[in-house]
Design a protein around this ligand. Structure first.
Ligand SMILES: [Zn+2]
Length: 234
C-alpha cells in the first residue's frame, strides 16, 4: 500500500499506529511490504507516505458493508447447505492457488473449476451458456396511449394454438414471401398470425401451422458467449 511493490511477502500493517491508539479493526489495516512496515513503525501515515496518505485514509474510511454482509451470512448459509448435503468450504486464496498452479486464465469458469481440494484441471471451456432473466410476460391487460389512457385490451388468454409469447420456436415456411426457416422468440396473436424475433430481425405474419416448439418460455433467455476474462469488480 505504501510503495506499490508487488509479488513480495506482505505484512498486515496499522494505518493509525497501535501505540497511538489505532484499532485492530479491518478499516485500520492495510497490506505493506516488510521494509515499509518496519520503516513506518509508529509514524503517522501522513508523515510516512505524504503522497499516498489521502488515498490510504479514504480507503480506510470506505464502508465495509459488503464485507459485513458476507461475514454475517456465510456461516448460516454453509450450515443450511450442510444440513441438506455434506458441504465443504475453501478459501478464495486456495482457488487462486489452484488456478495459477494449473496455468489457467482468470475467468469465471476457471475460478469455478479451481475451487476447493483438487489435483489437476484437465479440461476447460471456451464457450459458456448465459441464462439471463427475461420475465414471464406482463400482468397488464391494456396498452396505454401517450397520455396514459387505455388504448386497447390485451387478451386474458396467454396461449394461442398451443404457443405463448416468448416461446422459442422454429418456423419452416414452404412458400411465399416469408419462405424459409425462422428460429427465435415468438409473439402470438389470437388470429394465428405470429411474429418471430430472430437474430436477424423480426419476421411478421407467420402462420401458426408452420411453427414448431423448441422450448417453452420459462422466464429466462439463453445465449452462449465466448468465455471472457474476469474483471476485478466481479
Ligand atoms: Zn513497501
Amino acid at each position: 500500500m505504501y510503495c506499490g511493490i508487488t509479488n513480495v511477502p506482505l505484512n498486515i500493517a496499522h494505518v493509525h499506529p497501535r501505540s497511538w491508539g489505532g484499532s485492530d479493526r479491518v478499516s485500520n489495516l492495510v497490506l505493506a511490504c516488510i521494509p515499509c512496515n518496519e520503516t513506518k513503525s509508529n509514524h503517522p501515515v501522513e508523515e510516512f507516505a505524504p503522497k499516498r496518505a489521502a488515498d490510504i485514509l479514504k480507503r480506510a474510511k470506505a464502508p465495509l458493508r459488503d464485507a459485513a454482509a458476507v461475514n454475517s451470512t456465510r456461516w448460516a448459509l454453509w450450515r443450511a447447505l450442510d444440513a441438506i448435503l455434506p458441504t465443504h468450504t475453501a478459501s478464495g486464496g486456495r482457488t487462486k492457488w489452484n488456478r495459477t498452479r494449473c496455468g489457467l486464465p482468470k475467468t469465471h469458469t476457471s475460478d469455478a473449476l479451481a475451487v476447493g481440494k483438487l489435483d489437476a484441471i484437465t479440461e476447460t471451456v471456451t464457450t459458456v451458456l448465459v441464462a439471463g432473466c427475461a420475465g414471464r410476460g406482463t400482468h397488464t391487460r391494456t396498452r396505454s396511449d401517450k397520455h396514459g389512457f387505455p388504448r386497447l385490451h390485451m387478451p386474458r388468454q396467454k396461449q394461442f394454438f398451443g404457443y405463448a409469447t416468448g416461446d422459442l420456436v422454429r418456423a419452416v415456411v414452404p412458400t411465399g414471401k416469408k419462405q424459409g426457416t425462422h428460429t427465435g422468440r415468438v409473439a402470438v396473436r389470437a388470429t394465428g398470425s405470429f411474429n418471430i424475433t430472430t437474430t436477424h430481425g423480426t419476421v411478421q405474419g407467420i402462420r401458426h401451422k408452420h411453427v414448431r416448439l423448441l422450448q417453452r418460455a420459462d422466464g429466462y433467455a439463453y445465449t452462449t458467449q465466448p468465455e471472457r476474462a474476469r474483471t476485478a469488480a466481479a
